[in-house]
Design a protein around this ligand. Sequence first.
Ligand SMILES: NC(=O)c1ccc[n+]([C@@H]2O[C@H](COP(=O)([O-])OP(=O)(O)OC[C@H]3O[C@@H](n4cnc5c(N)ncnc54)[C@H](O)[C@@H]3O)[C@@H](O)[C@H]2O)c1
Length: 341
Amino acid sequence: MKVLVTGGAGYIGSHACDALLRAGHDVVVLDNLSRGHRAAIDILSRRGGSRFSFVRGDMGDSAALELAFAPGIDAVMHFAAFANVGESSADPVLYYQNNVGAMAPLLAAIRKYKVARLVYSSSCSVYGQPPENLIPLQESAPLAPLSPYGRTKLIGEQMLQDIVRALEAGGTRTALTCLRYFNVAGCEPQGELGEDHDPELHLLPVVLRAAMSDRPTMKLFGTDYPTPDGTCVRDYVHVCDIADAHVRALDRIPLGEIAHLNLGLGRGTSNREIIEAAQSVTGRTIAIESAPRRPGDPARLFADPGEAHRRLGWTPRVTQLEQIVETAWKWFSTHPRGYRA
Ligand SMILES: NC(=O)c1ccc[n+]([C@@H]2O[C@H](COP(=O)([O-])OP(=O)(O)OC[C@H]3O[C@@H](n4cnc5c(N)ncnc54)[C@H](O)[C@@H]3O)[C@@H](O)[C@H]2O)c1
């Protein structure tokens, strides 16, 4: 298939492009490089050769969309978005403009070109702070995002559902898969494609960057949660397994169906366990400064990935925390300044 990947210069999108190329698909990336990296595009271009092409442009720009759809697109994987929860609370309009407003022209192009296979990067943030008795979380859990970011992800799901209905009404049978990722972590084992956000807010990169500093120290938010070691528990899933789920979604979800699937290991890992694994992999001791809980951080959040397993035949291959940390360390230790190194 020829797959248009929005946001393919970013962390997860670039890994998905690599998985698509490996599976024999052709890839067109549309990315405005607002938060992505030209270096990731260069790596993918080298790997994909004539099966890979890049359009630098905004998903909200009709001219860029015309270029991106020109080769004849069979499927769209939509990763492009801003994804910083704190920033979304500080500047909600930016998030509604980019994640929702700029998505409308993309959807118009999907409809115009009758693209029948759609895969969307959604997030566990659409569930907000679910009650303890619903964990591990199934897809039927109430949708109650707490942040503007989470709300834009949920609105994105709903916009896509509406476009699918419009396509179906016009006679185009369409498959839509909304993949709700939990905590994505790690990097490809080759160590070329990696994670480079600015600022970096995800726990594992923050810990690894702390480990690389002269005096390793970091803040641990919330040490009095009702969990075995008092710190938050989350579901860490390797980025290559996330990429694999996207490739599977292309042909496992039949035309005419809409699927919402949680992607996680189905197992919780505490913040303290992440720090311990990072210390063991890097061989560095990190001084921990206990800080108060952050508002809106639930004590425990992990997925029931059973539905993704049933619908996609998806089983994460990276199941050990150390493996996730090792692949991330390979990238961070060789790219101390991210892709600029
Ligand atoms: N990282 C996670 O743990 C996580 C968890 C759940 C969901 N997600 C979702 O996965 C997707 C990818 O996340 P990521 O961590 O790879 O983010 P990222 O910032 O690394 O990548 C996003 C990419 O989208 C591009 N982009 C943003 N707005 C654009 C626009 N208007 N037009 C064209 N390109 C645009 C950026 O330049 C960047 O390359 C996002 O949709 C995010 O909401 C991420």
